[in-house]
Design a protein around this ligand. Structure first.
Ligand code: FE
Length: 271
């Protein structure tokens, strides 16, 4: 409408008098002012829309960064929730041990991993990728240890359940029978490996092709770093059992196998 009015007035080519010209100029000036005002208004609205879009966009990004929101950028690694209550593994593992082991040790590894990866290419990367990429690199020991210990402990919590132990069934039992000659033989191999591990480490049931094996690793090392598939694990660092068993590591591992081992979880790890 503004542009139509202007074009109607300016090309005034008829037999005009001063009044017509005067009114035409007034109308033209009005239209010019009105157009400038509307242009400014539209520019202001566009600016407000841009700012609004930025605010909404920032809010969405912020929400996505919340735990479980999918984006790991603001809080890269979180301590995973335990699959049971602190006291549910008693009397085999006390809630006192759990509060230190999960609340202090596992949390400590998460904290150190966040410090080591902040601002690096590893921030927010999957733990498995960090572990495999940094395994064996002498100048990457700190980041490997932190990432592996976060992963190992999460795997350990899932390797247990209240009223666990007992006898597995189905495919995993068939593979245990085939690989070890029976469940008792597997238990003996697992316990012997745990006792034989000098110093801190882990004992694992792993899958290597169609075969299951018992392996032990030192400190933070784990099967991922060696191309193996972890099926079940027991933490044999002293912090895992000393409050409840003192130096009796074998008793702790026996309790793990007989009363805590989560064969349902183990079966889900088979390839
Ligand atoms: Fe531990």
């Amino acid at each position: 409408m503004l542009f139509a009015a202007r074009h109607k007035v300016i090309p005034h080519g008829g037999k005009s008098d001063d009044l017509v010209i005067y009114r035409a100029n007034i109308e033209y000036q009005y239209n010019q002012n009105e157009e400038a005002r509307m242009t400014a208004l539209l520019a202001t609205r566009s600016h407000l829309y841009f700012v609004f879009t930025l605010i909404i966009g920032s809010a969405l990004v912020s929400n996505a960064a919340e735990p479980g929101g999918g984006s790991p950028q603001s809080t890269p690694f979180q301590l995973p929730a335990l699959p049971y209550a602190m006291n549910q593994l008693e009397p085999y593992i006390s809630s006192n041990t759990m509060s230190f082991h999960y609340g202090k040790h596992h949390q400590g590894y998460v904290d150190s991993l966040n410090k080591l990866t902040a601002g690096t290419e590893w921030a927010g990367q999957p733990l498995e990728r960090i572990i495999v990429a940094n395994a064996g690199a002498t100048d990457k020991t700190a980041i490997f240890n932190s990432a592996a210990q976060v992963w190992n402990h999460t795997f350990f919590w899932n390797s247990m359940k209240p009223n666990g132990g007992g006898k597995p069934s189905g495919r995993i039992l068939e593979m245990i029978d085939k690989s070890f000659g029976g469940l008792d033989q597997f238990k003996t191999a697992f316990t012997d490996a745990a006792v034989a591990q000098f110093g801190s480490g882990w004992v694992w049931l792993v899958q290597d092709g169609a075969t299951l094996k018992v392996v032990r690793t030192s400190n933070a090392d784990n099967p991922l770093a060696h191309g193996q598939t972890a099926i079940l694990t027991c933490d044999v660092w002293e912090h895992a059992y000393y409050l409840d068993y003192q130096n009796r590591r074998k008793d702790f591992v026996t309790a793990f196998l007989d009363h805590l081992a989560n064969w349902d979880f183990a079966a889900t790890q088979l390839k």
